[in-house]
Design a protein around this ligand. Structure first.
Ligand code: FRU
Length: 478
């Protein structure tokens, strides 16, 4: 123990300054070098936010997983720390897979899946802890759950631990045949875990595996978030709202809803901070995408930290307000009137926060078209069309310079006559929050450095934009 970790940390220190930085983002966490996927172990511990993540430092492709680590004072500006876990025991020899963290009595406990490949692949559950956020000890009794339950199978991973009432519950994604299942284990001390059956399963046959399940209480509802798979392919993460019987560990909910309608959002995880906020970060990529940055020595980024709230039967997600501290140089326009064939054009910077407020009573147009990271002649851009008749947003990447050209779309979820669209725009990412996060779209967009225009066009009639505001964003990733 220790040797693999030291070697990986040395590799990062010696090589991180050699990477090509031209495609780096400004306010979305990326590892200093190498590959990242899921956020893990999200927590608030000893006055700081902690973001661990699936990490392979040596190449920009997935490999035997380590747990990378970053810390932050506000959940937005991240400082990379030394790697926390390496796959150095027999039980985790092919990877320390995803998991979560929780604090008890001044100690941060990490729960993760040990991955074993080969003729008899195995996924088991393990514990590590830290008292200072710097030194990590793996529990000598690992694995604490060495085999999947009879109702599950060898796909048995991503433990999420939550305290609900006076007990700890560990939720683990698994499957049997073609049915996704949520296994549940209960503990009072975080070290000994009792199997308590299947808390929930997908009886509709829509999903055949739930990766990274996360079940937690929000107001009086229990939310279950999963990153589902079907026939070995990942699909858009969903959430359920339901009830949880904490005595027996059973969850009841009906139909899932899509969490984020964009193209690049996977493995979200939530946690609570010292202010009692339920926060969420996701991997801002998906497995199936071939991103065009394959020649860079780093790959993968996280979404910004979003706060979750409930509005009736709707989960709402919005960037934590702390992000506004990194805005500078405000540009604001009020009551901008646009007629057919007129175009509003503004040159933004590579990283920007943009806010549009529209009172629909003052809009006769049926379709509002936005161009993001548009070239001067408009031939290169990401196009958003807000269709006010269909009450739907359509996003198109077909005119992106490179990368996937697939489209995305989702409901506007309008409230009254107000339409507010906030866009967090970074080097090659776009997060769109409609009506303060009632619908969210996260997507990666790849255009030339010279394409930084933001444009608005209306179709036939007039539209009045009450407010068009944008700020430059500082670079906050070390
Ligand atoms: C989700 C996932 C997890 C697994 C990890 C491996 O993206 O497949 O289920 O623990 O990534 O890196």
């Amino acid at each position: 123990m220790g040797e693999l970790l030291d070697r990986a940390n040395r590799f990062v220190t010696e090589n991180k300054n050699k990477i090509d930085t031209k495609n780096r983002l400004h306010f979305h966490y990326m590892a200093p070098i190498g590959w990242i996927n899921d956020p893990n172990g999200l927590s608030f511990f000893k006055g700081k936010y902690h973001l661990f993540y699936q990490y392979y430092p040596y190449q920009n492709i997935w490999g035997p997983m380590y747990w990378g680590h970053a810390e932050s004072r506000d959940g937005i500006a991240w400082d990379t720390q030394p790697i926390a876990l390496s796959p150095d025991y027999n039980y985790d020899r092919n990877g320390c897979f995803s998991g979560s963290a929780i604090e008890k009595d001044g100690r941060l406990y990490l729960f993760y899946t040990g991955n074993i490949e080969g003729d008899n692949p195995e996924q088991n559950q393990n514990i590590a802890w830290t008292d200072d956020g710097e030194n990590y000890t793996k529990y000598e009794s690992n694995p604490v759950i060495s085999t999947p339950p009879p109702e599950g199978s060898k796909d048995f991973r991503d433990p999420k631990v939550e305290r609900i009432g006076d007990k700890y519950y560990m939720f683990i994604g698994t499957k049997k045949g073609d049915v996704a299942k949520l296994a549940i284990y209960i503990s009072t001390d975080l070290l000994e875990w009792q199997y308590s059956g299947i808390a929930f399963e997908d009886n509709d046959g829509t999903y055949d595996m739930w990766e990274c399940p996360d079940l937690f209480q929000l107001d009086s509802s229990f939310v279950l978030i999963t990153s589902p798979m079907k026939k070995g392919e990942n699909i858009l993460p969903v959430y359920y709202l339901g009830d949880f019987d904490k005595k027996i560990g059973r969850y009841i909910a009906d139909t899932p809803k899509i969490l984020d309608y964009g193209t690049d959002f996977y493995a979200p995880q939530t946690f609570c901070d010292d202010k009692g906020r339920r926060l969420m970060i996701a991997w801002m990529n998906i497995w199936q995408t071939k991103d065009p940055l394959e020649n860079d020595q780093w790959r993968g980024a996280m979404t910004v930290t979003r706060e979750l709230t409930l509005d009736h039967d709707q989960l709402v997600q919005y960037p934590v307000s702390d992000i506004e501290n990194y805005r500078y140089d405000e540009h604001a326009y009020h009551n901008v009137v646009l007629n057919k064939q007129e175009k509003f054009t503004e040159q933004l910077t590579e990283a920007a926060d943009l806010l549009l407020k529209i009172n629909l009573r003052h809009v006769e147009a049926k379709v509002l078209t936005f161009g993001i990271k548009s070239s001067a002649d408009g031939s290169e851009r990401t196009t958003l069309q807000i269709d006010l008749e269909k009450k739907w947003l359509f996003g198109s990447r077909k005119d992106n310079f490179q990368g996937e050209k697939t489209d995305f779309d989702g409901p506007l979820n309008l409230i009254n006559d107000e339409l507010e669209v906030r866009m967090l725009i970074d080097t090659n990412s776009l997060e769109i929050f409609v009506n303060r996060g009632r619908t969210v779209f996260t997507t990666r967009i790849y255009n030339k450095k010279t394409s930084q225009n933001f444009t608005i066009e209306v179709d036939e009639e007039t539209a009045v934009f009450e407010e068009i505001k944008w700020w430059k964003m500082r670079s906050v990733i070390d």
